[in-house]
Design a protein around this ligand. Structure first.
Ligand SMILES: NC(=O)c1ccc[n+]([C@@H]2O[C@H](COP(=O)([O-])OP(=O)(O)OC[C@H]3O[C@@H](n4cnc5c(N)ncnc54)[C@H](O)[C@@H]3O)[C@@H](O)[C@H]2O)c1
Length: 324
């Protein structure tokens, strides 16, 4: 069984590879262009962990490069793809919208085309809670009308539409995963928990938007990986599915900050209000996870506090402010 994981040096991709590699019957090809959106050192460290396994091969490749992607024909027959490579981040999309077009929309199309040309029949792909945008009813269900608010969410919405069309036309199974604020060990330096800890450890100012009065459906990485591993073996009847990957337990940002402060007594933040952020960010993300549970039956979710403790222990042990 050969599995291709794109975005293998990224947070979710690397953690999925790690879990897949524990199964000696699976060979994992990991693709990443190691872009510099955040610390390349952290990405390389994740890949080093994966290279400890004999059943792993890392391929440094940019999915925009169709010529090099074609040469991948030489790798062994791929059974399924997990496509996680993307330009992530809602705020960065104001600065560099073109990157979202190139790395999310074009690259996704290239990987679909690669699957078509190589007769690969199953692709799991990363979408995002950002496709929902501003909503009135919570928790949000997969069938809700999308009200995307920023270019990142827009690029993921285009991915979903492209995937649906591809699945119909070329009989490829496409399973879209709307991730909600994933956190945990080996996490992303541009996301709240990592950013807050790092800024304070480095004695830099941390700006907290709107007094932390918004809610995010924080989802612990171990739970995400449990879900993905189970989902991989589901026999799907249809060719197109979309699932929320969430904890269904949103947390208020200020409460998360206060929980972190219990671990580090001297941590501080400066409150700010940003009109620009209000334009692109929603007040609440809160996903409904019933749809995925229909297929997986039961997932033993970790508590937020347990996930946070493991994350902080990992940050301290690895001196994250130094490696990023
Ligand atoms: N982490 C979250 O909370 C979250 C939430 C919603 C959606 N997502 C989505 O899940 C996926 C994984 O997220 P993540 O948190 O691991 O992000 P990440 O930034 O850590 O990982 C993405 C990886 O893709 C690589 N990449 C980007 N463009 C590429 C290209 N053109 N060719 C090859 N590699 C490329 C990057 O170098 C990076 O290592 C992304 O698609 C992201 O949009 C994540």
């Amino acid at each position: 069984m050969n599995i291709l994981v794109t975005g293998a040096a990224g947070f979710i991709g690397s953690r999925l590879c790690l879990e897949l590699l524990k199964n000696p019957k699976i060979f994992v090809y990991g693709i990443d262009n190691l872009n510099n959106y955040y610390s390349i050192k952290l990405k390389k460290k994740r890949i080093l962990e994966l290279k400890k396994f004999k059943n792993f091969k890392f391929i440094k490749l940019d999915l925009k490069d169709t010529k090099k992607l074609r040469k991948l024909h030489q790798i062994k027959k791929i059974n399924s793809i997990f496509h996680f490579a993307a330009q992530a981040g809602v705020r960065f999309a104001i600065l560099k919208p073109k990157k979202y077009f190139d790395d999310n929309i074009i690259s996704f199309f290239n990987i679909l085309n690669f699957a078509k040309e190589n007769n690969i029949k199953k692709i799991f792909f990363a979408s995002s809670s950002s496709v929902y945008g501003e909503q009135i009813r919570f928790p949000v269900k997969e069938k809700f009308k999308l009200n995307t608010k920023n270019f990142y969410g827009f690029s993921k919405k285009i991915n979903e539409i492209t995937a649906k069309t591809f699945s119909k036309l070329f009989k490829i199974q496409l399973i879209g995963l709307r991730f909600f604020t994933v956190f945990g060990e080996w996490g992303r330096p541009d996301m709240l928990i990592f950013k807050y800890i790092k800024a304070n450890l480095n004695k830099e100012k941390f700006y907290l938007n709107e007094n932390g009065n918004h809610f995010r459906d924080f989802t612990y990485i171990d739970d995400v990986i449990k879900i993905l591993i189970k989902l991989r073996t589901v026999k799907f009847k249809k060719n197109f599915y979309i699932f929320n990957i969430c904890s269904n337990k949103p947390k208020k940002i200020i409460d998360v900050i206060n929980k972190i402060n219990k671990f580090y007594s001297d941590f501080k933040y400066t409150s700010v209000y940003s009109k620009n952020l209000k334009k692109i960010e929603v007040n609440t993300t809160h996903g409904d996870n019933k749809e995925i549970l229909k297929f997986l039956k039961k997932i033993n979710y970790s508590s937020f506090d347990e996930g946070l403790k493991n994350t902080i222990d990992w940050y301290n042990k690895n001196k994250i402010n130094k490696i990023t």
